[in-house]
Design a protein around this ligand. Structure first.
Ligand code: NIG
Ligand code: FE
Length: 409
């Protein structure tokens, strides 16, 4: 195992206390960004004062951060939907796109037609792209199977992907994503329940929307999650207000995701709950959605989280730095708020915040060296600020122009 010393960083992002499972957003300003060293050994963070090491890293002028945790992606998916995006931006309404076979149904066809090897090859390449943008742990969902067998296959491929990628990966069963042809939403929930019982997944998810599933189905998924010991996640209030947040809270959801059109009366209960607000500004931008009440949520002390929603329809964006940049601009969030939401709080959503998500002695050494200060992450929008990535203490990505900083001793 390699030992690494990142020496003389201009900023090291650290939590105000060790052992926090998450940090509510009204405390984000307590994160520190002080100069210092970071030492990695045995795959773990050893401490914060430099010494002899197998790899010396010149971190002068740079920020050192914990790796980004992308807790909401739709990997693995097959193919893309660029033509649909062009139709969408040039004014073709969604129902027309959907009637022409677009939307989730189109990705479901691509998924059904692709071999296991092709699905995994595309997803593995995308996981490497995530890594080069600083994502050192992520989640992927089923949801493009759209049949009992297809969803079971998606769950299996999710686990196969997890075994192949550098990053720790969680698999979520989004078994209620769209109502498959020939089913009513009620009837499909019986299949979703069987899938939840049969498949090896870490969490369960559901898409609540007028053309997908309702709050009664969310409650049913909550009961299934409770019975099977899985965390409940939910896509809610993305395109319309359905008042799904109170239902999700009643069922002890780990997170509610999207929230673009959440009702303002639901802000205070959500902010008080042990339930993360997972905001997805990439989908908001690419799908022309409203911005959620993110400033209000943060001030009210919500567990704020950012993720890519990486999928071929609403968010073909792999870069957490881009997501952080969008959040700062659209939400009026500070740099610390965006970074907290992309690291520790996101790790909590995946049940991993005791293991990763912040720079603390004993945690997994998933560490990023940036090519400048932390404030450049949102400010130099579109630029990839990640100079080097250490995963469990090993250098797994070094940007060629920054290679001079990393020296084997
Ligand atoms: O998170 N909201 C539902 N599901 C995805 C989009 C799925 C798709 O269009 O392929 C989302 O935005
Ligand atoms: Fe999503």
């Amino acid at each position: 195992m390699t030992s690494v010393c990142l020496r003389g960083a201009a900023q090291v992002l650290r939590p105000p206390e060790v052992g926090l499972p998450f940090l509510r957003h009204d405390r984000a300003a307590e994160l520190t960004l002080e100069p210092g060293d970071v030492v990695l050994d045995g795959g773990r963070i050893e401490g914060f004062s430099g010494g002899a090491a197998d790899v010396q890293v010149d971190a002068s002028g740079c920020a050192v951060l914990p790796g980004f945790v992308d807790c909401h992606t739709h990997l693995p998916f097959a193919g893309w939907r660029a033509e649909e995006y062009e139709r969408k931006v040039t004014g073709v309404p969604y129902d027309e796109i959907a009637r022409a076979g677009g939307g989730i149904a189109s990705s479901a066809r691509s998924f059904a037609e692709a071999s296991d090897a092709d699905v995994l090859a595309q997803a593995e390449a995308l996981a490497r792209e995530l890594l080069a943008h600083g994502t050192t742990a992520f989640e992927g969902k089923t949801g493009y199977g759209l049949s009992r067998d297809g969803e079971a296959r998606a769950a299996r491929l999710g686990r196969e992907l997890a075994a192949r990628v550098v990053q720790p990966m969680r698999v979520t069963g989004l078994f209620a994503h769209a109502v498959p042809p020939g089913f009513t939403a009620d009837a499909w929930m019986d299949e979703a329940e069987a899938l939840a019982r049969d498949c090896d997944v870490d969490a369960l998810d559901i898409f609540v929307e007028s053309f997908a599933f309702g709050n009664e189905h969310l409650a049913r998924m909550g009961a299934i999650a409770r019975d099977t010991g899985r965390a409940l996640r939910a896509h809610v209030e993305q395109l319309a207000t359905h008042r799904s947040v109170p239902v999700a809270l009643e069922w002890g959801a780990r997170s509610v995701d999207h929230l673009s059109l959440m009702h303002l009366d639901d802000v205070a209960p959500l902010a008080a709950a042990e339930c993360a607000a997972v905001l997805l500004p990439g989908a908001e931008l690419m799908n022309a959605e409203h911005a959620p009440p993110a400033r209000t949520l943060a001030d009210a002390g919500a567990i704020g989280v950012l993720a890519t929603d990486f999928n071929p329809g609403t968010s073909p964006i792999a870069s957490m730095p881009v997501i952080a940049g969008l959040a700062v601009r659209r939400y009026g969030w500070s740099v610390r708020e965006a970074l907290l939401a992309a690291t520790l709080n996101a790790a909590w959503v995946l049940g991993w915040s005791d293991e990763l998500g912040s720079l603390e002695p004993g945690k997994r050494a998933d560490v990023l060296l940036l090519d400048g200060p932390a404030g450049h992450v949102p400010y130099r929008f579109g630029h990839n600020p990640v100079a080097a990535v250490f995963a469990a203490g090993e250098p797994v990505w070094v940007r060629p122009d920054q290679a001079w900083r990393v020296r084997q001793t």
